[in-house]
Design a protein around this ligand. Structure first.
Ligand SMILES: [Zn+2]
Length: 237
């Protein structure tokens, strides 16, 4: 094979591998981002529910204190009724007792409601805690896998970079510039083999004469349609 053509075939193989590695890295980053986002969302849900629960417990404590006061208040008037001196005073204390009982009743109802709400919230917090714990396990696994795979990809990329530099150093400048121009304009594929008598890049059928010219791989011949560099890989006769 023509030395320059052979270098270009090798260069193309490396660039193809680099392209695939970069795509894998993008996928890997998207995957870990999703796992991280999922975890962050579950953590947020858990914190919100937990905060709601704490708030309800605080309310309950406050209502219980108020109930205690209301109870003391009622006891005070219930005691006072034995020492009233007049009918008018009796009516006033009676009125206070009614009001205190009503308030106590309302508070008891409110406390009951809070107890129920706390029960429901506690169950929700517990369920969300389980979900969060699963998301954490998934995240930890994901981070480990991400780190491992990223290291492998970066290692391969580093290896390919060195290999590429070695090859590039031997390619003639005009040939290299043609290759780079084609690679940029032709979707990262500048050099292609012939497949079934057609260009492996644009799939346009090549004139038999062009196929015959390409077969010995003795010079740089380009597809008349897409201008990619053609070579014969010997896989078909
Ligand atoms: Zn073509």
């Amino acid at each position: 094979m023509n030395e320059q053509l052979e270098l270009l075939v090798r260069l193309q193989a490396i660039d193809h591998a680099v392209h695939k590695l970069n795509a894998s890295r993008t996928d890997l980053e998207a995957e870990i981002k999703k796992t991280r986002d999922d975890f962050a969302r579950e953590a947020e849900d858990f914190n919100r529910l937990n905060q709601e629960l704490e708030e309800s417990k605080k309310n309950l404590r406050s209502e219980e204190r108020t109930l205690q006061q209301a109870g003391d208040n009622l006891a005070h008037y219930e005691k006072k009724i034995y020492s009233v001196k007049s009918q008018k005073e009796m009516e006033a204390v009676d009125h206070e007792i009614k009001a205190a009982r009503e308030e106590k009743g309302k508070l008891e109802e409110s406390i009951l409601y809070l107890f129920e709400a706390i029960d429901k919230l506690s169950a929700k917090v517990k369920a969300e805690e389980e979900i969060l714990s699963q998301a954490r396990v998934k995240l930890e696994k994901g981070e480990k896998n991400y780190k491992k795979q990223l290291a492998q990809i970066n290692k391969s990329l580093k290896f390919d970079k060195v290999e590429r530099e070695n090859i590039v150093g031997s390619v003639r400048p005009d040939t290299l510039s043609l290759y780079e121009k084609l690679r940029i304009n032709r979707n990262n594929l500048a050099v292609t083999s012939i497949l079934g008598g057609a260009c492996g890049g644009c799939f346009m059928t090549l004139p038999p004469q062009v196929v015959n010219e390409v077969k010995p791989n003795s010079s740089i011949i380009r597809c008349q349609s897409c201008t990619r560099i053609l070579y014969w890989d010997g896989k078909e006769e």
